[in-house]
Design a protein around this ligand. Structure first.
Ligand code: FES
Length: 495
């Protein structure tokens, strides 16, 4: 297969990709956000062509005209790599204002680093605080993945005596990423704000993981953790303020706190929900008066765990599926041979197989066989489809219980934001048709990496934004709700 060299400015990165690779696939790995989820409406994924060509489709042309963009500008979410190109990535040059995010800030002196410490991926951004301009970005795989892909394996590794090792690994990885950004931009940060789920917060901070391993899963001190550079063995002045932001509950971390900030739901009059289809499947529902949140057991299937050929949204993963009534067509990240299926395509598969009559309402394969071929060699087994059903029911149950707690119907939720590692690839229509999210198409929006957007917002001010959100947010345990079992069982059906 033909390959092309892609140079990204001002990052100075050079990548080799296969012919026809969508730009969204590679820029997503480098911290670029796609606020409208690639619908071509927000214009926030602009890239300028410094060298080479990107062919523009009819619909892409219409979107460019509509947004009145200069002739050398393209929307990354609608572009394919068909030759070697050099791109100026606008998001690294300008203030990031996610579509619906009211990202107001008071300009400050100096520089800050926002860190999204994900279970799988680490993303850091160096931000100029008087303009909110992004000067540098680094991403890498969380080196703790060698101790397992999900949170349970990380907790287990900690209990098995690998706690210190995991702490040192993650501190050194984040420190290196910050050093690389500092060298490139020749700036020293005045503050570093980290967000992540509770387990990541505990491991980074060197805390005991035992409370997260057994009932009542109660953390003693999930508050803000403050560090000096020398404590972390980071090579920059001790005057830099380094904070890991607080968790909201035992399994709802500061990544969700940041997500609330990014959606602005804490200031909305109407009830708004945030669903993070990441490792923990966290759900938030509320408005400017009161916010409640919970974690569900939905995550593993969407992260590819527990599926026979599941994988994360990386090269080789089938990221989306379509059908023409007879055959199924797939898109594979990196435009390469499929190696497995990631969360977004799992949702597509359930919706499409149901539409095509290949599975029934309870996910049962109609042919009587034990698996269905998706795109050779990737198959979905009966067990995989049931895993999806469990995950789907967990999300739908979570939203229903949170709504009941607030005394409203799910139809009373005015907007639902979807975030998560594979969020950019999600087909919202399929979230609705599988019944995972019970609302109408005009109320649901994709919202990229809300943890990173929120972490960036937390760089401004002295923590007032996080305090405002924490002051009105409470955490509930879904299983403790009296009708939990009945609701969960009633959601174990597609459609
Ligand atoms: S226009 Fe490309 S993500 Fe919105």
């Amino acid at each position: 297969m033909k390959q092309h060299n892609i140079r990204l400015h001002p990052l100075g990165k050079e990548l080799v990709v296969n012919d026809q690779t969508p730009l969204i696939d590679l820029l997503h790995e480098f911290g670029v956000e796609f606020p409208c989820g690639g619908r071509g409406t927000c214009g926030k994924c602009q890239v300028s062509l410094l060298k080479g060509k990107i062919t523009v489709s009819e619909i892409h042309r219409r979107k460019l005209d509509h947004l009145h963009l200069p002739s050398n500008v393209r929307l990354a979410c609608m572009s394919l790599c068909t030759e070697s190109i050099t791109l100026q990535v606008e998001q690294y040059d300008h203030l990031i204002l996610a579509d619906e995010t009211n990202f107001e800030f008071m300009p400050e002196r100096g520089f800050g680093v926002a860190v999204d410490l994900g279970t799988t991926t680490l993303v850091t951004q160096l931000v100029e605080l008087n303009s909110a301009r992004i000067l540098a970005v680094e991403t890498m795989l969380n080196p703790q993945v060698k101790y397992g892909a999900d949170l349970i394996s990380r907790i287990q590794a900690g209990l098995d005596g690998h706690s210190t090792e995991m702490t040192l690994l993650i501190r050194s990885a984040v420190g290196n990423m910050i050093r690389l950004m500092m060298e490139g931009a020749k700036q020293i940060p005045d503050k570093v704000i980290l967000v992540g789920n509770t387990v990541m917060q505990m491991i980074f901070s060197g805390c005991d993981l035992t409370p997260l391993s057994c009932y009542p899963f109660q953390l003693e001190n999930p508050g803000t953790k403050t560090f000096t550079a020398s404590e972390l063995d980071w090579d920059f002045p001790d005057g830099t303020k380094i904070e890991f932001y607080p968790s909201i509950g035992s399994f709802v971390g500061s990544d969700i706190l940041a997500g609330i900030a990014a959606t602005g739901l804490h200031r909305k009059e109407q009830y708004t929900a945030l669903i993070d289809l990441g490792t923990n499947g966290e759900i938030v529902l509320g408005n400017r008066d009161h916010i409640i949140c919970a974690s569900t057991a939905a995550g593993p299937a969407f992260e590819g765990a527990n599926l026979s050929m599941g994988m994360r949204a990386v090269t080789g993963a089938i990221s989306s599926l379509r059908h023409d009534g007879k055959t199924i067509q797939s898109s594979v990240i990196g435009n390469t041979k499929p190696r497995g299926i990631c969360g977004s395509a799992l949702i597509d598969a359930a919706a499409i197989l149901l539409e095509m009559g290949l599975i029934g309402d309870f996910g049962e394969i109609q042919s009587g066989e034990n698996s269905i071929l998706i795109d050779d060699p990737v198959r979905l087994t009966q067990k995989d489809i049931y895993e999806f059903l469990l995950a789907k029911a967990a999300i739908a149950t979570g939203v229903t219980i949170l709504a009941k707690n607030l005394g409203i119907e799910t139809s009373g939720i005015s907007e639902i934001y979807i975030a998560g590692g594979f969020g950019n690839y999600i087909n919202l229509k399929h979230l609705l048709s599988t019944g995972m999210v019970e609302t109408t198409g005009d109320k649901i929006h994709k919202m990229g990496n809300t943890a990173l957007i929120g972490a960036k917002m937390f760089l401004f001010g002295k923590g007032e934004l996080a305090d405002e959100i924490l002051g009105k947010t409470s955490h509930i345990n879904l299983e403790a709700f009296p009708d939990f079992q009945d609701i969960y069982i009633s959601k174990m059906i597609l459609g």
